[in-house]
Write a protein that binds this ligand. Structure first.
Ligand SMILES: C[S@@+](CC[C@H](N)C(=O)[O-])C[C@H]1O[C@@H](n2cnc3c(N)ncnc32)[C@H](O)[C@@H]1O
Length: 556
């Protein structure tokens, strides 16, 4: 066998799988499976199938997921840069399917980096509702923010926090929570040789402590009647069935929900936990202690039996790596949420030329723009009255822009001005200014106070020296060409697309810039590839200055 599996792992699997072990171990000789998931925020499924440069084979448990040949290098196609798909391990597509987020939901993805499941959740939410996506690792939230933005997500906040600090700000808030838990990673041994190196005797023990704490904290953030999906990419029953059974013992207000099983999604294995408990010595110290303390703990047959309703994806039974998924339903009654609550389709918009109050949790506060007509209108930055001292202060600030930070009002004004000139659709949320950056925040900004926030919402842009507003690439990626006052379409089959993605300057005449009548060709242009937005360029006198961000560029 080319992969050297840890001996202890082998003996544990042999013990649990019995006759099935030979098939299981033989799967390590077969190649791993690569997958992509179509981003429905940017393209419809049928359109993608028609345009796909790759041969696609459906992934049975995810309608938008497809197996692709890794040798076709899906990361090296212009469509990848336009966010039309996300490269994702096929089994990893199941947890967000089980969570089933819907437009208007409030969703937390707690352990989210680098963002595979968050982008999947966001696509299902269709830009409506609130997605809080978080990871405890500062470094990993950089990739998370980038993936959220490249996918054109408009309703996400990216946090870099511990679960308990989020819980302080969002008690009983979320309708749906995904815990893609840190785990011993046994299911990833075939895909990632590093996972083998990192696995050691104590991995399972260490992970169970983290998982237990995360589950308990998350329970306090779920609204009555809500749903938690707990997933791992490991086989060990301590981190899966036992973890769930103990959670049920501590939280009788939850039951394990049904999952669509198929020959490819196998049921959970409660009998392994019962066997563990009886034989002793196989449990992590934490679980042994818990099982004793929280009598009847997972030895309660009824709680343990529920874990059969969880699902496992096995590499010898399905085309995917090892995964465990369990739905936990809160048995409380769902409270009705008032129409117009934060982030929903009828919620407040920014860009109407006034500073809107924070969105209320239960519905719209007075003072914000109201009515359908208002939402359909273009942005119009209404002039605001400014007294003499404010005018003088602004004048001084503009003189000293290079040395001084722009004030909140400057950023707000510049942002609204830009939106009114460039963007032809409303944007939902409260305009929140953080340093030089402007965001459309989908929750009451007060909730974010004191938290480590990487993105306070949909990043619209920033103010640079001289008071110049520079739109973010997040904004570009989320808009369609017709939502921008100027746009330029490049063809994926011509070298110009890759030139743009490499950050090169393009030269062309104004006739290629699509724009409304009376709109000057000079200015910010939304650059798309085959009709799907990628980023900004700034055109003047036949030259398009490339604004595609360095960190997103095509390498090599
Ligand atoms: C399995 S990975 C997540 C993969 C991600 N869900 C995706 O689909 O791309 C687990 C993540 O949990 C994060 N993590 C570990 N402990 C955590 C904690 N206590 N709170 C939040 N995140 C945590 C890790 O940094 C890691 O990024």
């Amino acid at each position: 066998m080319s992969i050297q599996l840890p001996k202890l792992f082998e003996s544990r699997m042999q013990r649990w799988l019995g006759d099935e072990y030979e098939d299981f171990i033989a799967s390590y000789e077969r190649p791993r499976h690569a997958g992509i998931r179509v981003n429905m925020l940017k393209i419809g499924l049928e359109d993608f199938k028609a345009a796909s440069p790759f041969e696609l084979k459906p992934i049975p448990w995810c309608e938008t997921g497809f197996y692709v040949d890794e040798n076709e290098r899906p990361g090296k196609h212009p469509f990848y840069h336009t966010g039309l798909y996300y490269i994702q391990e096929p089994s990893a597509m199941e947890p967000a399917e089980a969570l089933n987020p819907e437009p208007g939901d409030r969703v937390l993805d707690l352990c989210a980096a680098p963002g595979g499941k968050s982008t999947q959740i966001a696509a299902k939410m269709r830009g409506q509702g609130v997605l809080v996506t978080n990871d405890i690792s500062t470094e990993r939230t950089k990739a998370l923010a980038k993936n959220i933005e490249m996918s054109g997500v408009r309703n996400a906040i990216v946090l870099n926090e511990t679960p308990d600090r989020i819980a302080e700000k969002f008690p009983a808030y979320f309708d749906k929570i995904l815990i893609d838990a840190p785990c011993s990673g046994e299911g990833m041994f075939r895909k990632d040789p590093d996972a083998v190196r990192q696995w050691e005797k104590h991995s399972v023990d260490v992970c169970t402590v983290m998982q237990r704490d995360i589950l308990d904290t998350v329970a306090s953030m779920l609204a009555p009647g809500g749903r938690i999906v707990y997933s791992t990419c490991t086989f060990s029953p301590e981190e899966n069935e036992a973890m769930i059974a103990l959670f049920l013992a501590r939280h009788p207000e939850f039951v394990v929900g049904e999952l669509k099983h198929s020959p490819l999604l196998s049921p959970g294995r409660p009998e392994w936990v019962a066997g563990l408990a009886e034989s002793g010595g196989w449990l992590s110290p934490l679980l042994e202690q818990e099982a004793r303390q929280s009598e009847p703990g997972f030895t309660r047959p009824e709680a343990l039996a529920q874990t059969a309703r969880a699902a496992r994806i096995w590499p010898h039974l399905a085309e995917g790596e090892g995964h465990f998924v369990c739905v936990l339903e809160h048995t409380g009654e769902k409270a009705a949420r008032a129409e117009g609550a934060a982030g929903t389709a009828s919620g407040p918009i920014i860009g109407a030329g006034e500073i809107l109050p924070a969105p209320s949790e239960g519905g719209r506060k007075s003072g914000g723009p109201k009515g359908k007509g208002r939402q359909e209108s273009r942005f119009a930055a209404a002039p605001r009255r400014e007294d003499k001292s404010a005018r003088q202060a602004r004048g001084r600030r503009q003189d000293a822009y290079i040395r001084e930070e722009a004030s909140e009002d400057d950023v707000r004004r510049a942002c609204l001005q830009f939106l009114s000139e460039q963007v032809t659709v409303p944007i939902f949320g409260t305009l929140l200014i953080s340093g030089d950056y402007a965001y459309a925040c989908p929750v009451e900004p007060e909730r974010l106070r004191g938290l480590k926030v990487r993105r306070s919402g949909f990043q619209l842009g920033m103010v640079k020296a001289g008071g110049r507003f520079v739109p973010s690439n997040a904004l570009a990626a989320a808009l369609s060409p017709r939502e921008s006052a100027r746009s330029l379409n490049l063809s994926s089959s011509l070298p110009e697309a890759v030139s743009y993605l490499k950050g090169e300057t393009l030269t062309f005449g104004e006739e290629r810039i699509e724009r409304g009548e009376g709109t000057d060709a000079k200015g910010y242009v939304l650059v798309s590839i085959d009709g799907y937005s990628a980023g900004w360029g700034k055109w003047a006198a036949g030259v398009l200055k490339n604004e595609y961000p360095a960190g997103w560029r095509w390498n090599g």
